[in-house]
Structures are given as C-alpha cells and as structure tokens.
Design a binder for this molecule. Structure first.
Ligand SMILES: [Zn+2]
Length: 129
C-alpha cells in the first residue's frame, strides 16, 4: 500500500452515491477532508451497523464511513477515523490504536474551547436523506 494508491479515483464525482462497502447499503455523502494531501471522502453508512462498526476507514479508497447515530457519538467516531488517516499518512501507523478514542475526546474538548460554537452539520445531512 502506497500513498500514490490512496488517491481518490478522480473519474468518480466526490459525491458518488454508489455503495462503498460490501454490504451494498446506500450511503449518504457528507464531505471531503484533506489530510496529508489526500482528499478523504466522508460518507454516512447505515450498513455499518450490520458490520458491528461505528466507523471505518479504507486507506486504499481514501474513504471514511460513519454510522448514523447520536451526533456527538458520530463526531467522536469521525475524529477517531481522522486519527487513523493521520497515523497512516504521517506516522507510518506507529500510534497504537488503543489511544485513538482518548485522543479523539481530548481533541474535541480542545476544539470546542479554541473554536467556541463549532459543530459538525450531521443533522442537516441526515435530514436531507
Ligand atoms: Zn479505529
């Protein structure tokens, strides 16, 4: 797996609604975040529940999937998956996975203090679906 292989497929639109996972469930496009020069597509994927996951990342597809549920839990999951991307891009996956949730909570607490009123528009996206 190389960084070159992780670039998103440029022939596909960013908001492609085709199923992205093996469960073939419809996904809701959420957005794109660039980390380490890679545009990571974020989708909300109800099919993750059947996989027993609250979130998932595919470095090969540069794709982050988040299960729809309570918005604060979705935010923690998104930051957790972003930490996966940071760890993969910048740290050669050296950060142990067991610290991701603690880091996610600490980063969210910090962001709320540094950027008062900041929030992620989960509700608007879920309402549109
Ligand atoms: Zn994880």
């Amino acid at each position: 797996m190389t960084l070159l292989n992780a670039k998103p497929d440029e022939s596909k639109p960013l908001y492609d609604e085709t199923p992205t996972s093996d469960n073939e469930s419809p996904v809701i496009p959420f957005g794109v975040i660039t980390i380490g020069g890679i545009a990571w597509r974020i989708v909300i994927d109800p099919g993750l529940e059947a996989e027993g996951l609250s979130g998932d990342i595919s470095e090969d597809k540069a794709l982050i999937r988040i299960m729809p549920r309570d918005p604060s839990a979705m935010t923690i999951t998104l930051v957790h998956e972003i930490l996966h991307a940071i760890n993969w891009v910048y740290c050669n996956s050296a950060i142990p996975h067991k610290v991701f949730n603690a880091l996610a909570h600490g980063l969210i607490q910090s962001a709320k203090q540094l950027l008062p009123g900041c929030s992620i528009g989960w509700s608007e996206t879920l309402r549109k679906s």
